[in-house]
Design a protein around this ligand. Structure first.
Ligand SMILES: *[C@@H]1O[C@H](CO)[C@@H](O)[C@H](O)[C@H]1NC(C)=O
Ligand SMILES: *[C@@H]1O[C@H](CO)[C@@H](O)[C@H](O)[C@H]1NC(C)=O
Ligand SMILES: *[C@@H]1O[C@H](CO)[C@@H](O)[C@H](O)[C@H]1NC(C)=O
Length: 372
């Protein structure tokens, strides 16, 4: 596939990696020739029970994200997206073509990108109630599925195999690729690492399962346990062990933009066991890593809060970025970017008693690792 423009939706069919499954669950067939348009109307392809929807979400004034989201909660939380790096304009169109391609087109009709599947026998698409969007053949065998191309989120029943990775988004509302990734390496080791942002390459591993040679698959099972297992099914590492049933709770696990992998639950409206739970996502179980401020000690890179910044872990276990006295955020709207000095640097050329202007400032319980 050769594309002239940067391709936001780079999805290929991995026939060899894919274990085709027959869609047994209830599903609505979206026939070839169907399409969706990015506009203010909310035509979407919803799953049979309406749990999930596939369509365009408006992110900014003229920027739309092709995504899958939880459709029965007001937040419409995104669990998968196709074009986080390049939002599309109003009037852009997603087409499931007659020959089984999924094509995203700009308002002027320019083809932006496709899911390749020509000649592969795609007969229809379906949004399933598990959150998996599939392209399937006439006899309902899946040919492509969003579960095999995760972005930053895992859902119950979604397996995460060797070679797969999650890429954190840049910030809460900016879906472009950020600074952190989680990968199950082909040797079986599960690793969280910083990237050489804005490039994609791995820079510094800040958490590892230490399972090279035995790790096979991360499972998120129906009762909400997330674990790394060996090929024979032995659990090697429990990532989240506070299960809640998928009957009463929506669940998701996400590598968040602050570099932490977290498991969230949200009570379902019709669930019986929801007393005492606020109707919002709540973080359950431990975070990985448990203290991101202490985990990021890369020699080249700015830690969890960027160069010159320092990090504190708040009561809710979230990192908070600060600047030392005399420094201010490079971008107050993006505090992880680091801090810049607010004072003029000392100069040898000027004949003044500058030492009066400098002082030592004591900071209790603060460490500046690797550069004391
Ligand atoms: C998201 O963040 C990236 C990286 O800083 C930036 O280049 C991009 O413009 C941002 N996108 C939006 C929609 O704000
Ligand atoms: C399963 O695999 C693990 C890791 O390879 C190994 O340590 C363990 O002994 C195996 N268990 C059985 C019952 O074969
Ligand atoms: C999910 O995994 C946990 C931990 O191994 C186990 O106790 C639970 O029975 C599993 N649930 C299902 C539905 O398989």
């Amino acid at each position: 596939m050769a594309l002239a423009t940067p391709c936001p939706l780079c999805i290929f069919l991995h026939f060899l990696l894919l274990l085709p499954f027959t869609i047994a669950q209830n599903h609505i067939k979206i026939p070839l020739g169907s399409s969706l348009t990015a506009n203010d109307g909310n035509l979407v392809w919803a799953s049979p029970l309406g749990e999930f929807a596939f369509g365009f979400q408006q992110i900014e004034k003229d920027g739309f994200l092709l995504a899958i989201w939880f459709n029965k909660i007001p937040e419409r939380t995104v669990v998968w997206s196709a074009n986080g790096n390049t939002l599309v304009k109003r009037g852009s169109k997603l087409e499931l073509t007659k020959n089984g391609l999924l094509v995203l087109k700009s308002p002027t009709g320019k083809q932006i990108c496709v899911v390749q599947g020509a000649g592969s026998g795609v007969a229809y698409a379906a949004m399933l109630d598990t959150g998996n969007f599939v392209l399937a053949s006439q006899d309902s065998v899946s040919i492509w599925e969003s579960f095999n191309e995760p972005t930053d989120t895992l859902l119950p029943l979604q397996a995460f195999n060797q070679g797969k990775r999650l890429a954190a988004r840049y910030s809460g509302k900016n879906f472009s690729k950020g600074r952190f990734q989680l990968k199950l390496r082909s040797n079986g080791n599960l690793e969280l690492y910083t990237t050489t942002f804005p490039m994609d390459a791995a820079n510094y591993v800040y958490w590892s399962s230490n399972t090279a040679g035995s790790g096979f698959q991360v499972m998120f099972n129906q009762s909400g346990s997330i674990y790394l297992q060996a090929k024979n099914g032995t659990i090697l590492s429990m990532l989240s062990s506070k299960p809640s049933s998928t009957e009463d709770f929506y669940q998701r696990a996400i590598l968040e933009y602050d570099g932490v992998f977290r498991h969230y639950v949200h009570p379902k409206n019709n669930g019986p066991d929801t007393k005492g739970w606020s109707r919002a996502w709540s973080h359950c179980s431990t975070s990985i890593p448990s203290n991101i401020c202490l985990s990021l000690k890369e020699e080249t890179g700015g830690g969890a809060c960027g160069f010159n910044g320092y990090c504190s872990l708040e009561k809710d276990q979230r990192p908070n970025c600060h600047c030392p006295n005399g420094y201010s955020f490079i971008d107050p709207n993006d505090v992880m970017k680091g801090c810049k000095q607010s004072f003029e640097s000392q100069s040898c050329d000027v004949n003044s008693k500058e030492e009066d202007k400098f002082y030592f400032n004591t900071m209790e319980n603060t460490d500046w690792p690797l550069s004391d």
